[in-house]
Design a protein around this ligand. Sequence first.
Ligand code: C5P
Length: 308
Amino acid sequence: MRTYTLLAPAKINLYLEIIGSRSDGFHELAMVMQSVDLADRLDLRANGTSEIRVHCDHPQVPSDRSNLAYRAAALMAEQFPDSFDKYGGVDIAIDKRIPIGAGLAGGSTNAAAVLVGLDLMWNVGLTQSELQELGAKLGSDVPFCIAGGTAIATGRGEKIAPLPDLNHLIAVLGKHRDLAISTPWAYQTYRQQFGHTYAQTGEQTQRIHSGALVTAIAHKDSRAIGQHLSNDLEKVVLPAHPPVAQLRDRMQQLGPLGGMMSGSGPTVFGLTESAAAAQELRSRLQAELTAVDFWVAPFTSTGVRLLF
Ligand code: C5P
């Protein structure tokens, strides 16, 4: 049987507002998500056994159940036992390009690729919204990663409403090489410090649709987009990690359209409108900050896609 090769892009958050607590222990969020052209590559191949096997040469990527890609395949096997019986187990090879523990949804986008790939391999024929419904069982960012592009995400992050593409923008991403930040830690710390400010109603979640950033996106107003970047998690991550705060400050000073931390960090991005400006920003920052890895990552309007 043929190998299915998929590209699984990273995401950044252009906006992340923590609205309040939910009864499931998660937070009610209002976010604007953006896919960027920094992607892992996954090869899925039927292995003729009844096992799911994950292979990745990155030393920090597990190959057991703790890998979200494994859990995505196990979920498909559980939901579609006849297909699993018919087609058998799968080898999932992950070529890791997205830094891990980075706030770029690397694990979530791998899980999204496995759902999309197994749906094709097993001829299940799920719609995008059915795939997203399954994805939500695996992680809050998985539904967005399936669709990709530019979108509002509310609820836990799993309710997606597409926005117009922003393919003219280019992000420069920077991440301290030896720093990973735990997402549960960031949210728990936020709850401890800011829980008293949480809203009681869902009304606030809907305000994002008419907010300044979404208006700027609708008008493709790059300058206004840069001005309205916002991430509540910066309030807890930046004080706890001064090198991330320093990188964020430099991105803001040098990034032509501003800069911000993505998700729970530690990745910080700066926005530009041209490839030349992105390369210049990257070179200037790389010369100053030797413990940081940088990537130039154009915005992209696609999520997971089948390469061949
Ligand atoms: O859904 P996901 O597994 O990516 O979430 C990771 C962690 O981030 C959760 O365990 C939770 O601590 C926190 N989180 C949250 N509210 C959300 C999304 C994530 O509190 N809406």
